[in-house]
Design a protein around this ligand. Structure first.
Ligand SMILES: NC(=O)c1nn(CC2CCNCC2)c2c1CCc1cnc(N=C3C=CCC=C3)nc1-2
Length: 326
């Protein structure tokens, strides 16, 4: 597990002859003071942390080596690190600054998102109006567009994994479930290879004894993942449709008393719009929540949909002030 980020710190020291020197050093756990826990996964804990030298605050994800090895999760740890290393230049993706390790743990030093989860903000507001849903929808879509252009399928997009920074702008996180395409231009892996059960995923056995495939969070899982056991870029756009619906309705479109019943609703496309759901938003959701991934709206079609009329994407979008949440 090669650490990332060459010597990134500068440390003032005095050499043997008493001369002041500046030495380039790798950051390590001693360079940070750790604060409260921001979140816990089945094999990682994320802490608020402050760089003792620069006083800059970060989120540091700590993974326990012994547990990762015992649970055979080394592959997913590397998928997350390789994914974050591919996604370095976008304002809507949590940035990985550097990694280091000690004898017991691996450390990822990441952007801190003080605004918490989009889900928490939505729960407080109840529902978003169209202006807010359009702004947050645009930032999420712009981030998905960048991920896909870099050959990354997130596979577990949901409001809990959409964080907010100090400006209440989107920062997408948790790439332990991601799929890295060998060729970024492909919508999926040609050989359909898609195996693995990372942190927030569930293991789905295969009747024919084939290796288990990854399934994300029940409410946002795409029908193709449930029926064909493989994800493609359009699977993230299914989740996008679920998120837009949830921002405006205050609840996800597919939710039942158990995961199995939720999966049934998804594969049968069993959902309704609440009264008063805005018509152009309804049309967009209906064109994303299409069972056949090949017939789902593409990112370009979504950007040109009436719902996003007048909405800027790219650099302008990220310079726009977040709308006030009513
Ligand atoms: N799994 C991760 O990589 C991760 N997990 N968290 C905290 C989770 C809490 C539950 N919902 C999903 C996120 C983070 C990160 C990335 C890096 C990261 C950066 N900032 C925050 N900030 C938070 C602030 C308040 C509440 C929750 C998170 N959190 C994280």
């Amino acid at each position: 597990w090669k650490d990332r980020g060459a010597a990134v710190g500068m440390r003032r020291e005095v050499d043997a002859s008493g001369r002041a020197i500046v030495r380039q050093v790798k950051k390590g756990v001693r360079d940070f003071s750790f604060g409260r826990v921001l979140g816990e996964g089945s094999y990682s804990t994320v802490y608020l942390a402050t760089d003792r030298q620069t006083l800059k605050e970060y989120a540091i994800k700590v993974l326990e080596k012994r547990h990762i090895i015992k649970e055979k999760k080394i592959k997913y740890v590397n998928i997350e690190k390789n994914t974050l290393n591919r996604l370095t230049e976008h304002p809507g993706i949590v940035r990985l600054y550097y990694t280091f390790q000690d004898e017991t743990s691996l450390y990822y030093v990441l952007d801190l998102c003080n605004g918490g989860e989009l889900l928490g903000v939505l729960k407080k507001a109840g529902t978003f109006d169209v202006e807010c849903a359009r702004f947050y929808g645009a930032q999420i879509l712009d981030s998905i567009d960048y991920m896909h252009s870099r050959g990354v399928i997130h596979r577990d997009l949901k409001p809990e994994n959409v964080l907010l920074d100090d400006q209440m702008h989107v920062k997408i996180t948790d790439f332990g479930t991601a799929k890295l395409l060998r060729d970024p231009r492909e919508p999926w892996e040609p050989d359909g290879a898609d195996r693995g059960v990372p942190e927030s995923g569930k293991r789905q056995g295969q009747e024919d004894g084939r290796a288990a495939s990854f399934v994300g969070t029940a409410e946002y899982v795409s029908p193709e993942l449930l029926t064909h056991k493989s994800a493609c870029k359009a699977s993230d756009l299914w989740a996008f449709g679920c998120i837009i619906y949830q921002l405006l309705a205050g609840r996800p479109p597919f939710k039942a008393g158990s995961e199995y019943l939720t999966f049934q609703k998804i594969v049968n496309l069993e959902y309704e719009f609440p009264p008063g759901f805005p018509p152009s938003s309804r049309d967009l959701v209906e064109r994303c929540l299409v069972l056949d991934p090949a017939r789902r709206l593409t990112i370009e079609h979504i950007k040109n949909h009436e719902f996003f009329q007048g909405q800027q994407f790219g650099k302008t979008l990220w310079r726009t002030k977040a709308p006030r949440l009513r």
